[in-house]
Write a protein that binds this ligand. Structure first.
Ligand code: COA
Length: 164
């Protein structure tokens, strides 16, 4: 028997001897989709990871739409979503092909190398407070002259999940 139990014995039939705070609900994994009209041209998947972090994965922008800041916008959206969830840190595994270009891009946007991730790929971490201003500055320099894109957050619920 622990000290806490002996001090606060649980009354017969009660779930707990004292009112334990209910843990906050864990937000569902969410896919942020970037659309040009009705076409989906990019996406990123964001999941809560522990109490203070988000996990960013499956970031992709369709080839003809690359190089216009959409990847950076999707990353900014991931950080903003994480903040709404009360999570100010992010991590991802870079799908680096060996050129180092992708990792350099993430570093430019405020990510820092942190060893290897669970799949053996380069692990990168960032704080929203550091990355968001950098990404916004980067996007400002690219503003103007491109088609209008919209972002939409789609929670991955059992109903929207397509794989078993
Ligand atoms: C990485 C990716 C999402 C970037 O999207 P984007 O809309 O082109 O990104 P932005 O316009 O905001 O930024 C462009 C930057 O991305 C980097 N980049 C783009 N394609 C890249 C590639 N295939 N490999 C490495 N870096 C790449 C470049 O550094 C580029 O910076 P530059 O303009 O100074 O050269 C996009 O290239 C992509 O979908 N790649 C394939 C999937 C992938 O690797 N996803 C990342 C998984 S961790």
């Amino acid at each position: 028997m622990t000290a806490a139990q002996s001090l606060w014995p649980t009354p017969r039939g009660a779930a707990s001897a004292w009112p334990l705070p209910r843990p906050p609900p864990v937000p569902p994994p969410t896919v942020v989709v970037c659309e040009a009209g009705t076409d989906s041209v990019g996406r990123v998947r964001v999941s809560p990871s522990g109490p203070s972090s988000i996990h960013i994965e499956d970031l992709v922008v369709q080839q003809p739409h690359r190089g216009q800041g959409l990847g950076a916008r999707l990353l900014a959206a991931a950080f903003e979503l994480g903040r709404r969830w009360g999570r100010g840190r992010a991590w991802l595994e870079a799908d680096d092909t060996g050129s180092g270009r992708l990792i350099e891009w993430y570093r430019r946007l405020g990510f820092q190398p942190a060893g290897r991730g669970p799949h053996g790929r380069p692990l990168l971490e960032a704080r929203a407070a550091r990355a968001l201003p950098v990404i916004r500055r980067e996007l400002e320099t690219q503003a103007g002259g491109r088609p209008s894109y919209t972002l939409r957050a789609v929670p991955v619920t059992p109903a929207t999940r397509t794989h078993p």
